[in-house]
Design a protein around this ligand. Structure first.
Ligand code: PMP
Ligand code: GLN
Length: 383
């Protein structure tokens, strides 16, 4: 393995899912729903496959999906993008992140990320030969937030990109307009490009509003926005994602993307286009049901003795393990499937400053109620 990828080993999601399977544990580690997306979307994919839509689609994505993405950004956020040149379909958000980072950062460049960070950010920054600079999200008034002074201090002459994930995995933070304005001010002041990971754009609770960074003054021209169908339509295995950005930035990302995968799976692209156009009510239902599941899991974790943080978005809860007498989340996460019959993700692996997150476990609540209840029951008596 090349030097720059040493230390990236196996992703924590694969490690914990593997432990869960081997122990027959309930898997609240890797974030994937245990129920299917909208039936008409699934039917659409089957029809596409049956009716011969199985050859290479155009590199930038099928026209139906690019049009549907542009229409969605316009209707939901008032953001106008030309489906022809300002939308690019990717193999999930994961490829969009990789292609954007590889296209826009290189050796000597620095990329600012908020920690805990989604694991592919630091890996792709390393692949690009660039360096990441973490800004830590810490509990503040019941939610995880950054210190604007720390963000400012992380930006220097070598900074090229700022990677912003809201709603945030794993912290569950939905950045407020004021927080986004702070980020936007720094992007304009230092002439930075923002890459925004908005895969949980629909999954916000208690009226928290997802505000795309590109909607702030002067930001559309310097933002590469990423989203994906996996979370919105409970189809994480389909791997259909997209970016929306001004033409020169899309062209740069596409230059890389065409040599990573060339294009994304045709039948699923057409099915997702259909869902974006016709399944907004289904998604609203998903959001409501997830909010209830969030509270259900939090009640269960609280009864088991954890201190929890109620996320404003995403489908993850952070649980502090210290009230139960534990201090090392990685050690506990590795033991938990055998010990309690439940798998979680140790949040500390998403930090450079691991001590900041050593005492958190991340639990996913995108599961059927009986699964959440069974996990909560098993966790009782852990401490
Ligand atoms: N970004 C974040 C924050 C995620 O949580 C995920 C997946 N859970 C991804 C990107 C990857 O999305 P996809 O499955 O569409 O590649
Ligand atoms: N994004 C999902 C999570 O955070 C899983 C991603 C993965 O398995 N790579 O759990």
């Amino acid at each position: 393995l090349v030097q720059r990828m040493r230390g990236f080993g196996t992703t924590i999601f694969a490690e914990m899912t593997d432990l869960a399977v081997r122990a027959g544990a309930i898997n609240l580690g890797q974030g994937f729903p245990d129920t299917d997306g909208p039936p008409a979307m699934l039917e659409r994919a089957v029809e596409e496959i049956r009716s011969g839509g199985n050859q290479y689609p155009p590199g930038p994505g099928v026209p139906e999906l690019r049009a549907a993405v542009a229409a969605q950004r316009a209707a939901r956020y008032g953001l106008e993008y030309d489906p022809d040149g300002e939308v690019l379909v990717t193999v999930g958000a994961t490829e969009a992140i990789a292609a954007a980072v590889l296209a826009l950062a290189g050796p000597g460049d620095e990329v600012v990320v908020f920690e805990p960070y989604y694991d592919s950010y630091t890996a792709t920054i390393a692949l690009a030969g660039a360096t990441h600079r973490p800004v830590t999200l810490r509990p503040h008034g019941g939610r995880f937030a950054f210190d604007p002074a720390e963000l400012r201090a992380a930006i220097g002459p070598a900074t090229r990109l700022l990677l912003v994930n809201s709603p945030h995995n794993p912290a569950g933070t939905v950045f407020t307009r004021a927080e986004l304005e702070c980020i936007a001010d720094l992007c304009r002041e230092h002439d930075l490009i923002a890459v925004t990971d908005e895969v949980y754009e629909y999954l916000t609770f208690d009226g928290a509003e997802h505000v795309p960074l590109a909607t702030l003054p002067g930001m559309r021209e310097r933002t590469v926005a990423i989203s994906s169908a996996g979370k919105t339509f409970s189809a994480t295995g389909w791997k259909v994602g997209w970016i929306t950005a001004p033409r020169p930035l899309v062209r740069a990302v596409q230059t890389v993307k065409q040599f990573l995968t060339y294009t994304a799976s045709a039948p699923y692209q057409r099915a997702v286009a259909h869902a974006l156009e016709h399944e907004q009510d289904w998604v609203a239902g998903l959001r409501g049901s997830l909010q209830t599941k969030r509270d259900r899991l939090i009640d269960g974790l609280t009864a088991a003795g954890f201190t929890t943080y109620r996320p404003q978005g995403s489908y993850f809860v952070q649980a502090d393990i210290r009230p139960l007498g534990f201090t090392d989340g990685l050690e506990l996460a590795r033991a938990l499937p055998e010990k309690a019959g439940v798998a979680a993700v140790p949040t500390q692996v998403f930090y450079d400053r691991q001590a900041e997150g050593a005492h958190y476990l991340r639990f996913a609540f995108c599961k059927r109620d009986e699964v959440i209840d069974a996990a909560a029951h098993r966790l009782r008596g852990l401490g």
